[in-house]
Design a protein around this ligand. Structure first.
Ligand code: NAP
Length: 245
């Protein structure tokens, strides 16, 4: 039986690698993107060109109603979701004194509110069927903090509390809930940073390079596998040794 996997924010750097890794493990993968994403068709075509026929579902994970509609649409179209990867995320970096309320609320809603908005619609069916895997993409900066990211670090730290609490709720029902905390990974998110700032951060990485999306995807795929059934409530750090928690 093919497992059904839903990956949010799937068209981004890490999301794409996660979709490919889960498909490589034999899952039917449904990719979420924002409503009206202009890059959707090109992304699907590019994935088809390398042998991946992904499903697609639109939905704004920061919006409760939109996320609920997305969860219903996935289930109606593809069947009950076995594997959920909450990957969608944004940054709006600023020192706290200069951070406007929009930057605070958007980052909290997208990176943390989304966990509530999406997961609660899908976890009951996983529990009813006695098997499920949920992986939440956190960040090294939710563990160690980062100047300029009070919003992002708070959301990602909240993600770890959410992960541990839900893990306790659903462990007896065969559903595991874990987090993966990437360090600095080469995607659009880090490309938006000032080069000199990024280089200073990378100079502190013992592995001496930025991470690749595939480094994160491999960790996610492991936590979604049958082999990881005894791992729940944990955080897997994929940061090249930048922070050894
Ligand atoms: P990315 O390339 O910017 O991808 C993020 C994806 O999320 C984009 O496709 C984006 O769509 C989508 N998204 C944003 N808001 C959304 C919403 N409300 N509903 C649905 N989708 C939404 O960034 P990435 O580096 O792959 O990041 C993936 C995850 O890893 C994020 O949670 C991020 O915080 C985390 N992370 C990344 C790094 C890193 O160094 N790159 C480090 C630690 C953690 P649009 O492009 O259309 O906005």
């Amino acid at each position: 039986m093919k497992r059904i996997a839903l990956v949010t924010g799937a068209l981004g750097g890490i999301g794409t690698a996660i979709c490919q890794a889960l498909a490589g493990d034999g899952m039917t993968v449904v990719a979420n993107c924002l409503p009206g994403d202009p890059g959707k068709d090109a992304w699907l075509a590019a994935q088809r060109a390398v042998g991946h026929d992904f499903g697609i579902v639109e939905g704004d994970v920061a919006d409760d109603a939109s996320a609920g509609a997305m969860a219903s649409a996935v289930t109606a179209r593809y069947g009950a979701v076995d594997v959920l990867v909450n990957n969608a995320g944004i940054t709006r970096d600023r020192s706290l004194a200069r951070m406007d309320p929009d930057a605070w609320h958007a980052v909290i809603a997208t990176n943390l509110g989304s966990l509530y908005n999406v997961t609660r619609h899908l976890v009951p069916a996983m529990a009813d069927r006695g098997w499920g895997r949920i992986v939440n993409i956190a960040s090294v900066n939710g563990v160690r903090g980062q100047a300029g990211q009070t919003n992002y670090a708070a959301a990602k730290a909240g993600c770890l509390g959410f992960t541990k609490s839900l893990a306790q709720e659903v462990a007896p029902r065969g559903v595991t809930v874990n987090a993966v905390a990437p360090g600095y990974i080469a995607t659009a998110m880090t490309a938006a940073m000032r080069t000199d700032v990024l280089q200073t951060l990378l100079d502190d990485v013992p592995v001496r390079r930025a991470g690749r999306p595939e480094d994160v995807a491999a960790a996610v795929a492991f936590l979604c596998s049958a082999a990881a059934g005894y791992i729940t409530g944990s955080t897997l750090h994929v940061n090249g040794g930048l922070h050894m928690a």
